[in-house]
Ligand binder design. Structure first.
Ligand SMILES: [Ca+2]
Length: 123
């Protein structure tokens, strides 16, 4: 009986520890991204602080293709600017600097007066 309780407590502590690590990583990466792209549109800056951080996540902790590319590049934002992580025909750099659309989501109009609204017409 005591062994069963010890196992359950250990499992809970492990889950809390893992969750804490992910929350810390989320906050740090979002902050680093905002520091690296201070002049991008407000909608993308907000995307790193919104619930679920939609810049890199589809839902919850699920990573989108932009986040996968960032992981593979060792979190080097500039290294993947010429890539097209979401495969929508626009590079990550174009989406961040010009279009104001999410580089990890091919259907991501976040600004009604930008490339994102044009993309939405052809879905
Ligand atoms: Ca793209």
């Amino acid at each position: 009986m005591k062994l069963n309780i010890l196992i359950k407590c250990s499992l809970v502590l492990c889950l809390v520890g893992i969750s804490g690590t992910q929350v810390w990583a989320y906050s740090g990466i979002g902050s680093d991204w905002r520091d690296f792209y201070p002049d991008t549109c407000q909608e993308l800056l907000d995307a790193t602080t919104s619930d679920g951080c939609v810049l890199c996540h589809f839902t919850g902790f699920g990573l989108n293709p932009y986040a996968d590319d960032l992981n593979q590049a060792g979190m080097d934002f500039a290294a993947i600017e010429d890539d097209d992580s979401d495969g929508d025909g626009r590079t990550n750099g174009e989406e961040i600097h010009v279009d104001c659309t999410l580089p990890g989501d091919p259907v991501s109009p976040v600004d009604q007066d930008s490339w994102g609204s044009i993309k939405a017409l052809f879905r």
